[in-house]
Design a protein around this ligand. Sequence first.
Ligand code: FES
Ligand code: ZN
Length: 318
Amino acid sequence: MENVIPKLPEEAKCKKCRARGVIRLPSHNTIFCRECFIAFCENGVARAMKKFDIPKGTELLVAVSGGKDSLALWDLLNRLGYATRGIHLDLGIEVFSEASCDAVSDFAALRGLSWTRYSLKENFGWNIEEIRFRIRRAICSICGTIKRQMLNRLAMKEGCEFLVSGHNLDDEAGRLLGNTLRHRTQYIEKQYPFLPAVPGMMPAKAKPLYRLESHELRAYCCFASIRPHGERCPLSRGATSHIVKDALDVLEQKMPGTKRDFYFTYLKNRQAPRSEEREIAICKTCGEPAYMETCSVCTIRAQLLAGRDGGRVEGEDA
Ligand code: FES
Ligand code: ZN
């Protein structure tokens, strides 16, 4: 990944320690030196983990795609002293998936961390390229739905109670805005950076990067010498989630702090979900957790087997 941090003038000073400032954070109206910036990122994750009430000794399974966010998350959790293991789902997207897998492998090897690679094809029957070819419509939400269920299932298989993922503030604010624009209240109600476990069915799921912005994580990777796979997924071009995030970026540029205000105000006005409140059904076809009689993945699988598009799959399973 090329150096993406805009250069600051020589006289710029870290607002915390007065050393040479190297990064400006407009939404915090501040400038940091390298060390204070790394401490700021650590603090963002530490605050999230405290809010989620995840004890230090707990082993965490980190869903690592090989991109900047998941590798930064894995690195930050290790700096903070958490015991971690990585899990990588190989989606079978030509060139892109190989490079993603290599980025995870190099990162883990350098730090002596353990991880497991699972192939979507071997575990689901089709890879993403094949699914796209058969279903012939925007693949991103289908891919997200399948990944979510596969990772739940694989985490249970690995005997892990906590699955963490690298969703950052831009992702969460973008998702909230996308659902708000479409008045998808049923999805908005479920959006929270920590979801408790459903015993025997689903691990607890946490997003410890929800306080950090995408550009901050990109900078963190540069400062921490992390070499993520720098490309966006080639199949995600034109995805509505990118359009919504781009719109938020425009607002953020004109009004720094908009993303934080938008998402944090939402969080402040709602309660963290409690495990006894989670209304999870069981898919009658596959036995996986679902919000409806048949889970979204089984709907997708049925379409794949039929070899045709049987209609839109609305997918935000547990
Ligand atoms: Fe899922 Fe690109 S990563 S479609
Ligand atoms: Zn199902």
